[in-house]
Every structure is written in C-alpha cells, then in structure tokens.
Design a protein around this ligand. Structure first.
Ligand code: BTN
Length: 252
C-alpha cells in the first residue's frame, strides 16, 4: 500500500486532502450518511477541546476525523465511544513504542513519557436522547519536532523516539484497523477495565483544581458510567467527575 487513498474506513474509501479548514468541520458540512474518514495534511483552522486551536505543521502529523451513525446508542453511553477511540490509539502506540507505554489522561488525552502526543475531539448530534451522528477528530503528533511556546506539554513520536522512522500511512492503517474493531463492538465490550489499565497516574496522588479550589486527590480510575473517581484526601469523600470541564489538571 503506497497511498492514503487506498485505505478504507468501514469499507468506504478515505478522503485525503492537502488542506482543509478542519477535518471535523469538513465532515459537519458533508451530507454523506455513511461512515467516512477524512485526512488532511494541513488544517487552517484545526480545533482542539475547549475552543482551543489545534496546532500541526503541514504533512508532519496525522490530523483526521471520521463520522459514523450509531444505532441505539443513548446519550449516557457516549463515554463508550470516547473510550473505544482512546483504547484504539493506545493499543496501536503500545505495540510500536514498547517498552515505553502510552496512557490515557482522563477522559481521552494520549500521553507518552509525560507529554501529550494525541488529542481527541468528539462531537455528536442527538435525537430523542439517542446519539445519531458522531464526528471524532484525532490529532496524533508524528514527525513534528517543534511546538509553539504555549504548548510546553506537547510532544510527538519523532521527538520522543528520534531514532525511529515514523510513517503516517502505516500508523493510520493500524489505527483504522483498531477503530473498526473497537467501535464495531461497543455493545459487546465493557471498556472500563481496559481504560483503567491504561489510565495515566492511576492510584497516584495528584493535584487538581475542582470547584475553584486546588485539592489533593487519589486517582481511583473510571467507573462503569465513564466518570472519573477521585478520593478527596482532606474531605474524606469520593468525587465523581462527569465532564472534563469540571476539572483542571495541575500536573502534566
Ligand atoms: C484536543 O484538544 O486534545 C483535541 C484535539 C483534536 C484535534 C483534531 S485534528 C483533526 C480534527 N480536526 C480538528 O479541527 N480537530 C481534530
């Protein structure tokens, strides 16, 4: 296989562009009602979580989005999609970076050697409490060696493993293979145990800002609803964090 155009996603050929504004926004405008994956060498308006920009130099990294139309997934199962995507990325990375390990920083940042190398942006539309369309955007830093000063915590495969050749086509093929497995089995798999195996700093004491206060908590892992459980040391109670907007990390 020598070109991205030969890859398929759930049997549909992927679309590869030199430049788009954002692969996720491209899909939003697209009327196709079938699974579709879009890859761009450059995004002029790449978006991250919380309305931030997603920085990525042209042709260095993998910036792609895919959509699918689930049947019978209620809103409260949304976390399973995010988990399936994070696990797919982790498993691909763990196979190729051994003996290093990739971790999931809750809910779905991908961390290697204490630095973020991939981010996931999930956007969905809901009708009658059911998720009817999901657009997942993934940015995986592959060959970029310099990041702007605001991104002290960003890294890439090439920065962490400078003596290895990183081929975006091979990586994308491996990721798609995993995504097809994990997304295809959302109803049959319980991802909780897998997520906790890959969770960054599980069972460690960490500092976070929660409800405007800096607190020390023990990271107890993710429960069956996808909430992040934190043992509040001073108040001696368990916090259940439902959304990443509720919490600010004070560690990498
Ligand atoms: C994050 O902030 O961690 C999420 C980053 C998601 C970036 C990807 S790159 C491909 C897709 N298109 C976008 O505009 N954003 C996502």
């Amino acid at each position: 296989m020598s070109s991205f155009a030969e890859l398929t996603f759930f049997d549909y050929p992927i679309l590869h562009f030199k430049e788009v504004d954002s692969t996720s926004d491209f899909l939003k405008r697209d009327a196709a009602k079938h699974p579709q994956l879009i890859l761009a060498d450059f995004q002029s308006n790449g978006r991250g979580q919380f309305g931030r920009n997603w920085e990525s130099l042209a042709s260095d990294n993998l910036c792609f989005s895919f959509q699918f139309f689930p049947e019978n997934i209620f809103m409260d199962m949304g976390h399973k999609i995010s988990q399936a995507v994070a696990i797919s990325l982790i498993e691909v990375l763990n196979d190729i970076i051994y003996p290093e390990r990739a971790y999931i920083k809750w809910p779905n940042d991908i961390i290697v050697k204490d630095k973020k190398i991939a981010g996931i942006l999930i956007e969905s539309t809901v009708t009658n409490s059911k998720i009817d369309r999901i657009i997942v955007g993934i940015g995986l830093n592959v060959n970029q060696k310099r990041f702007s000063n605001q991104l002290l915590n960003a890294s890439s495969l090439a920065l962490i493993f400078p003596n290895t050749e990183w081929d975006r086509l091979i990586l994308l093929r491996l990721i798609i293979e995993k995504l097809e497995v994990y997304i295809g089995s959302i109803f049959h798999q319980d991802y909780q145990a897998i997520i906790n195996r890959y969770l960054y700093k599980i069972n460690e004491t960490i500092s976070v800002i929660y409800k405007n206060q800096e607190i020390q908590v023990i990271n107890l892992g993710v429960n069956n609803l996808g909430y992040w459980l934190l043992d509040h040391q001073t108040e001696k109670r368990i916090l259940q964090v439902k959304s990443s907007q509720e919490i600010k990390y004070l560690y990498n």
